[in-house]
Write a protein of this length. Structure first.
Length: 641
C-alpha cells in the first residue's frame, strides 16, 4: 500500500517504534521554535541539562507574545532570551520582527522536515509540507538536546478539496468548515492531510491559515503536499534551494476522507466562545459590531493584508467601530508600506498595531463591556480577549474588513473581487532582525533579571495521596482557563508569582485554597469533564498547579499537549473508566488513592471517595516512558538518573 505524506515524513524520521496507527513512536526533530511566553521556561530547562549548544539542525527563539512591556519583567525576559540564544547556538528573532509562525513560514520552514515548537500553532508550517507539531517547553528543550520526540503514530484524515473558491470566500472559511465537521474535541492522535484538485489553487500562506487552525480541532498536525505552489513561495522568499516535492502515493489510503467542494463554501463565522461553534456569516448579517481586529498567526500574511487594503480602499471605518490591523511580520509590514496598502489603512482610520500576537492573547485591545468583537485570529475562548462579557467572533480578513466599513456583520460573498491578488514574485526579504549565534559562544554572558526564576523542582511521587476534590470543572476547560495570559503574561518566568493566578477567572479562591492544602501536607485533586487542557501548549498550566500541590487530574478526557505536560511535571493524568462516574464526585469530597506507585505500574487506579463511600475505577493515561517520569516526579528528575 502507498504512503500518505504524513507517513512518508514520519518514516524518514523514525527512531523508535513501529509506524502503525496507535503505536507509540519517537521521531528525530530537525527544527525547533520557541516564543517568549513559553521560551523562558524552555531555555531554563535546557540550561539545567548542562549541554553546551543545541544539537538539532535549527533552533529559533522568537519574541512576539509579550511585547507590551508594562513593568520591567518583559524586557528582562527578552534580554535573557537574547543572551541565552547567543550562548546556546539558537537564532534569535527580536521583538518587532513578527509572530513566530509567520516568520518561520517566511524564513525557515522546509518541506519534508520535522519541527516542534512550544506553541500550539506550530502546525502552521504544514502549509509548506513540514511535519510541525506543538509541544510543551520541556519537550522542545529536549529536542534541542537532540532527544527524539514521542507521539502516538496518528490516524490520517484525508481532507479532499475540490471545486473553486467563490469571490469573498477564503482559506479561513475552509478551516472553519473543517472545524464545523470535526469540532474542538475527540480528534486526538489524528492528523489532517489535504489533497484533491483544489489544492493547487491555494498558495502557501492560504495553506498555512488552514493548517494553523487544525490546532483548534486538537489534531497532532496538518499537512499539505509540497508542489509547484510550494516552490513558487520558496522562490519568492529566495529559498528555492530548500524545495523538495512531496505528495502522497496514488494508492495511499486515508483512515477517513472528508470532502469539501470549495464552489459550495460560503463565508463562515465562529460564534462565542469556541472556535468550534460555526455558523454562516449570512445568518448574522446586520448584527452591530464594536471592534474589528485583523492579524494573528492565522491571517496576517502579505496576501491577507493586500485583500484587506483592496476592501478598505477609499473608505472609512464605520463610526461605531474600532479597527486594528497587526501585520504578521516586519516583512509584511515593510511590503504593505512600500505598496501603499499601509497608507490605505491609515486613511481608512485603522489603528496600526505592532507585528506581534497582541490582541490575540489578550495583551491589549480588550473590547468594551458586552461588546461584539470580530477578529481574524483562531481562538475566542471566554475572557481571552481580556473582557469576560465581550462576544468574540472569528472570521476571514474579507468578512472582517467589509464589516468594519459597514459597522455591521456583512458577508463578502459576491461583494468583493479579489481574484487578481496573487503571491508576489519576490518578497522583500530582510533578515536584520534575526540574530545568528556566534560560532564560539563560550564567553557569552547570560543576563538574568529578577523576574527570571528557576525551572521547577519536584520530589518523587508519594505512594499514598489524600486530599479534597479541590475544584470540579465541566467540559472543554482550556489552558487559558487554567493559566490566564493577557495581563498575567508577564509572570511566565516567575512560577511562584504566576501560580497565584491559577483558575483566576473560574474560581479566584483556588490558588489560596490549594496552597493551604499543600502546606498542610494534603494532595490537591482536579476533577474535570471531557477535553481538559485544550488550546494553548503552555506548560505553566501544569507547572503552576503542580507548584500549588496538584497531584492528579481526573477527567473524562485530556488533550494531547496538556497530557504530555502533566506527565513531564509529575502530575497523574487519570481518566474515568466509566465516564458516568464523573457525576459521583462532588467538589470538596475527600479523595484517597492507596498504592500509587504500583497503580502507576499497572496503569489502573482505584479512587476512594471517603465522603460518599464510593470506589471509582480510573485509567492512567500515560505511556511506559511517562510512567517512569511520574514515579520520579517529572521528566527532569528522570533525566538526572
Ligand atoms: C495561544 O495562542 O494560546 C498561545 C499564547 O500562543 C499559546 C502559547 C502560550 O500560552 O504561551 C499556544 O498556542 O500554545
Ligand atoms: Fe500568537 Fe495568537 Fe498565534 Fe498564539 S494564536 S501564536 S497568541 S497570534
Amino acid at each position: 500500500m502507498g504512503l500518505t505524506i504524513c507517513y512518508k515524513i514520519l518514516k524518514d524520521h523514525l527512531v523508535e517504534g513501529k509506524l502503525e496507527k496507535g503505536n507509540p513512536i519517537s521521531i528525530r526533530i530537525d527544527q525547533t521554535l520557541t516564543q517568549d511566553a513559553t521560551g523562558t521556561m524552555a531555555y531554563l530547562e535546557f540550561e539545567s541539562m548542562n549541554i553546551d549548544r543545541v544539537r538539532n539542525e535549527l533552533a529559533v527563539s522568537y519574541v512576539d507574545h509579550n511585547t507590551v512591556q508594562v513593568g520591567f519583567e518583559n524586557f528582562d525576559d527578552h534580554e535573557y532570551l537574547r543572551t541565552v540564544a547567543a550562548r546556546k547556538g539558537v537564532v534569535f528573532s527580536r521583538a518587532g520582527n513578527g509572530i513566530c509562525h509567520q516568520v518561520q513560514l517566511e524564513r525557515f520552514a522546509l518541506p519534508g522536515k520535522t519541527l516542534i515548537g512550544s506553541d500550539s500553532h506550530t502546525p502552521t508550517q504544514g502549509g509548506l509540507g513540514e511535519v510541525a507539531i506543538g509541544a510543551g517547553g520541556l519537550d522542545v528543550a529536549l529536542a534541542m538536546a537532540g532527544i527524539p520526540f514521542s507521539i502516538i503514530c496518528p490516524r490520517v484524515i484525508g481532507i479532499k478539496l475540490t471545486g473553486h473558491l467563490r469571490c469573498g470566500v477564503s482559506a479561513k472559511d475552509v478551516i472553519l468548515r473543517v472545524l464545523e465537521r470535526f469540532g474542538v474535541k475527540g480528534n486526538v492522535n489524528s492528523v489532517f492531510e489535504y489533497f484533491g484538485s483544489a489544492v493547487k489553487d491555494l498558495s502557501v500562506p492560504e495553506r498555512a491559515t488552514i493548517c494553523n487552525m487544525g490546532a483548534e480541532c486538537g489534531v497532532t498536525f496538518s499537512i499539505f503536499p509540497s508542489d509547484e505552489r510550494t516552490r513558487e513561495f520558496l522562490r519568492a522568499q529566495g529559498r528555492e534551494d530548500g524545495f523538495v516535492a512531496i505528495e502522497a502515493d496514488p494508492d495511499a489510503e486515508y483512515d477517513e476522507i472528508f470532502e469539501i467542494d470549495l464552489s459550495e463554501l460560503e463565508p463562515l463565522i465562529a460564534l462565542p466562545h469556541s472556535p468550534g461553534n460555526i455558523s454562516r456569516v449570512s445568518e448574522l448579517e446586520g448584527m452591530g459590531v464594536n471592534q474589528v481586529l485583523i492579524g494573528s498567526c492565522t491571517n496576517s500574511s502579505y496576501l491577507d493584508l493586500k485583500k484587506v487594503a483592496r476592501i478598505l480602499e477609499g473608505k472609512t471605518v464605520a463610526p461605531t467601530v474600532s479597527l486594528g490591523i497587526a501585520p504578521g511580520s516586519r516583512e509584511v509590514f515593510e511590503m504593505i508600506s512600500q505598496d501603499g496598502s499601509l497608507t490605505t489603512f491609515i486613511k481608512a482610520g485603522a489603528r496600526i498595531l505592532e507585528s506581534a500576537c497582541g490582541f490575540c492573547i489578550g495583551n491589549h485591545q480588550s473590547p468594551g463591556t458586552d461588546s461584539v468583537s470580530l477578529r481574524t485570529n483562531n481562538r475566542n475562548f471566554e475572557g481571552r480577549s481580556g473582557t469576560k462579557s465581550a462576544k468574540v467572533y472569528l472570521v476571514s480578513p474579507e468578512t472582517a474588513a467589509l464589516s468594519a466599513i459597514k459597522g455591521v456583520i456583512t458577508s463578502p460573498l459576491g461583494r468583493v473581487n479579489l481574484s487578481d491578488i496573487e503571491l508576489p514574485e519576490r518578497y522583500y526579504v530582510n533578515d536584520d532582525m534575526l540574530i545568528f549565534p556566534p560560532s564560539d559562544s563560550s564567553a557569552v554572558e547570560i543576563k538574568r533579571g529578577p523576574n527570571i526564576g528557576e525551572p521547577p523542582k519536584s520530589s518523587p511521587m508519594e505512594d499514598h495521596l489524600e486530599g479534597p476534590c479541590t475544584i470540579k470543572l465541566g467540559d472543554k476547560i482550556t489552558t487559558d482557563h487554567i493559566m490566564p495570559a493577557g495581563a498575567r503574561l508577564k509572570y511566565r518566568s516567575n512560577i511562584p508569582a504566576y501560580s497565584s493566578y491559577v483558575f483566576e477567572g473560574v474560581d479566584p479562591t483556588f490558588s489560596k485554597r490549594a496552597s493551604e492544602l499543600r502546606d498542610s501536607g494534603k494532595a490537591v485533586f482536579i476533577v474535570a469533564g471531557s477535553s481538559y487542557g485544550q488550546g494553548s501548549s503552555r506548560e505553566h498550566a501544569a507547572i503552576c498547579p503542580k507548584y500549588l500541590g496538584l497531584k492528579a487530574v481526573i477527567a473524562k478526557s485530556i488533550e494531547r499537549i496538556h497530557q504530555a505536560n502533566l506527565c513531564n511535571f509529575g502530575i497523574l493524568p487519570l481518566l474515568f473508566e466509566n465516564e458516568d462516574d464523573y457525576e459521583k464526585i462532588g467538589e470538596g469530597d475527600e479523595l484517597v488513592i492507596e498504592g500509587v506507585i504500583s497503580s502507576i505500574e499497572k496503569g489502573r487506579f482505584v479512587l476512594h471517595d471517603k465522603s460518599r463511600g464510593e470506589d471509582i475505577n480510573l485509567i492512567l493515561f500515560a505511556s511506559e516512558e511517562q510512567k517512569k517520569m511520574l514515579i520520579k516526579g517529572g521528566r527532569l528528575n528522570l533525566l538526572k538518573d
